[in-house]
Ligand binder design. Structure first.
Ligand SMILES: *Cc1c(COP(=O)(O)O)cnc(C)c1O
Length: 400
């Protein structure tokens, strides 16, 4: 007796996909045919790359490649187990000490990714009796962690500390514990969280503060120590999350905080407990990255110099670059189709900058997002600006 085929059981997926395709919201990713450089070969075409998170150029740094190669030769390619069984290598602990030193905290714990660091941490420390107060633009991994925790989730309008305070007032009488959580730098607008105000208000209510510095580590603060260092708030933010996948150039995430926090996560954080640890090459390359951060501070200077140069160029042309304060500069176009069209035209003119539309950003706020790195030369940025001018004229976005 033949029942419906397996394909028929999944037919609803095709229906959803064709809906996405019709609305122009389904796209295959562009594909790299070269290393992740300031100039890269993407879909077979050599273009100036304004879409990577490789802020400091560490993804291809010789010292990191060398460290990874040596680790492969000496340790092999896989770690072979989850951390609590027999997957903790000596170098994992060395990296964690290094990160704690970098962040100025007692301890740190590395996760497989920034995503699992966020989701695993929030879900481990909060429960049903608790309230989480979260910025509306926080990263998806924070949102998933909030949901997994089963705590009540209250969202405040982006960077609105007064609204955050009202949520704290409402939560205080009923909540066992309260967590206030925010990105340090917001990935779609490139603006910075008002951390000093958040910390001050959260303190009044005895709430825990958590900041996700995925886009701030390696970018803000002395030697790229992140938003807490940028604002001089050492010792005042209980949970600092960072990624090793962006400015650090490799892969992974971490939590930095008190020894107690880290020990608790070792006992309870599910990605740490139930998913295999990083291979030696990843860990060794991350260790080498922290050496480079301290040895080559000029990389961060170049990043910020390029940031100012490129933003200024876009603004001079009359583009709306929103409220960005960091190397992430959105070029806000408004209408979704135009943003995607701008991205396509830029590509034809030799620049890759991703178009970003609803639901990643609100309707009417569609944009092309640019990220400059320390590795772009001024002449490459000039070429990119020319492409923005040409494409902008073709679409009537900037003056003719
Ligand atoms: C990229 C990002 C993450 C995820 O980090 P991965 O290491 O790529 O998993 C988490 N939070 C924010 C704000 C991010 O931008």
């Amino acid at each position: 007796m033949a029942g419906p085929s397996a394909d028929a059981a999944l037919a609803f997926l095709e229906a959803e996909l064709s809906d996405l395709r019709q609305r122009g919201l389904f796209r295959h990713p562009r594909v790299l045919d070269s290393p992740q450089g300031a100039v890269a070969v993407i879909d077979g075409r050599r273009v100036i790359n304004l879409s990577s998170n490789n802020y400091l150029g560490l993804a291809t740094h010789p010292a990191l490649k060398e460290a990874a190669e040596r680790a492969v030769r000496e340790w092999g390619v896989g770690s072979g187990a989850v951390r609590p069984i027999v997957g903790t290598l000596r170098m994992h602990e060395e990296l964690e000490r290094r990160i704690a030193g970098f962040k100025g905290t007692e301890a740190a714990l590395v996760f497989q990714s920034g995503f699992t660091a966020n989701a695993g941490t929030v879900a481990a420390i909060l429960g049903r009796e608790d309230v989480i107060i979260s910025d509306e633009l926080n990263h998806a991994s924070i949102i998933d962690g909030c949901r997994l925790s089963r705590a009540e989730i209250r969202i405040f309008p982006h960077r609105d500390v007064d609204a955050m305070r009202r949520l704290l007032e409402e939560a205080r009488p009923k909540a066992r514990r309260i967590l206030v959580v925010t990105d340090g730098v917001f990935s779609m607008d490139g603006d910075i969280a008002p951390l000093p105000d958040i910390v001050r208000v959260a303190r009044e209510f005895g709430a825990i503060v958590m900041v996700d510095d995925a886009h701030a580590s390696g970018v803000l603060g002395t030697h790229g120590r992140g938003s807490v260092d940028h604002f001089g708030l050492h010792g005042q933010v209980e949970i600092q999350v960072g990624t090793l996948s962006k400015a650090i150039g490799v892969l992974g995430g971490y939590v930095a905080g008190s020894r107690t926090l880290i020990d608790y996560l070792i006992a309870r954080a599910r990605p740490y407990l139930f998913s295999t640890s990083h291979p030696p090459a990843v860990t060794a390359a991350c260790l080498a990255a922290f050496d480079v951060l301290e040895r080559e501070p000029e990389r961060i200077q170049r990043l910020w110099d390029n940031t100012r140069y490129f933003k200024e160029g876009l603004r001079r042309m009359g583009y709306d670059t929103g409220i960005s304060e960091t190397p992430i500069t959105p070029v806000i176009v408004g209408e979704e189709e135009r943003a995607l069209r701008l991205s396509d035209l830029l590509f034809e003119h030799g620049v890759f900058a991703q178009g970003i539309v609803y639901p990643t950003v609100p309707r009417g706020k569609a944009r092309v997002r640019t990220i400059v790195t320390a590795e772009h030369s001024h002449s490459e940025l000039d070429q990119a600006l020319e492409a923005f001018e040409k494409a902008g004229r073709q679409l009537g976005l900037v003056g003719t």
